[in-house]
Ligand binder design. Structure first.
Ligand code: ADP
Ligand code: MG
Ligand code: MG
Length: 248
């Protein structure tokens, strides 16, 4: 059973169709790239999977179970988290306080003193193999963009996420931060966490990902293991040329 299955997802905004019967399968423990030109519907599909938008029709299954969640909080409880650049963190709180805030919001009551929260946070940060040091007691507003993103990842893990969604995560990261992010993503995969990775950088995708799905004008036009496709095939699917023996 795939960890996530989207069946025939449809979504319109103001009568304009943005997703048209999209099927999407995420296998457990894979890093699955989602690509497509600007406006193809990538973020909309992820926001539906993440509970931020309601779908007009179609089904979402997690580990074979149909999901009816209606908010990001409910999706988080079902095991899905989206890693935002930094705007879901509260800048004036510490790293540890932000992580425990997420836990509380996802339903776990937490009554712990700061020192205990900081210890647990440090363990969580260590467990994702971060090579940059982030102090649990640091205020989030003092961190670099890359470090904030790593805190976001730790926050997602603190609520036992099975599926993590990264939407264009390398924008505004330094080269060193990008390398660090990629090694963290590889570590998450080793832990059995399944990842959806949206990016315009196809070369990164061919290095990092196991599978790729191409959306074009709200339609899934290609879903394949990376090992069975090529850069050229992906680009052709994005712009609408022949893909294999299927005209799309
Ligand atoms: P991508 O992430 O692939 O660039 P999006 O999912 O952001 O694409 O957008 C797909 C289409 O849906 C675009 O035409 C965009 O303008 C439209 N769209 C996205 N969100 C909304 C919204 N909240 N209201 C109206 N239109 C939207
Ligand atoms: Mg866009
Ligand atoms: Mg987008």
């Amino acid at each position: 059973t795939p960890v996530l299955e989207c069946r025939q997802i449809c979504k319109s905004f103001g009568g304009v169709p943005v997703l048209n019967n999209v099927d999407f399968i995420l296998e457990k423990g894979e890093i699955h790239a989602l690509v497509g030109q600007n406006g193809a519907g990538k973020s909309t599909l992820m926001k539906i999977i993440n509970g931020v938008y309601n779908r007009d029709s179609g089904d979402i299954l997690i580990e074979g179970e149909e999901q009816v969640y209606k908010s990001a909080q409910e999706a988080r409880k079902a095991g899905i988290s989206m890693v935002f650049q930094d705007f879901s963190l509260v800048p004036t709180l510490t790293v540890a306080q932000n992580i425990f805030l997420a836990r509380e919001l996802s339903g776990g009551r937490v009554v712990l003193d700061d020192r205990r929260m900081e210890e647990i946070t440090q363990k969580l940060l260590d467990s994702i193999g971060i090579d940059i040091s982030i102090h649990p007691r640091e205020n989030v507003e003092n961190l670099s963009v890359g470090s904030k993103q790593l805190v976001e990842i730790a926050k997602a893990l603190s609520t036992d996420s099975k599926i993590l969604i990264f939407d264009e995560p390398t924008a505004s990261l330094s080269q060193a931060e990008i390398s660090s992010l990629f090694s963290v993503i590889q570590n998450l995969k080793k832990k059995g966490i399944s990842i959806i990775y949206i990016s315009h950088y196809l070369k990164d995708i061919f290095k990092l990902c196991d599978s790729v799905t191409v959306l074009r004008d709200g339609v899934n036009v290609l879903s394949q293991p990376i090992s069975e496709t090529s850069l050229e095939k992906v680009i052709d699917a994005m712009v609408g040329k022949k893909v294999g023996n299927r005209i799309s």
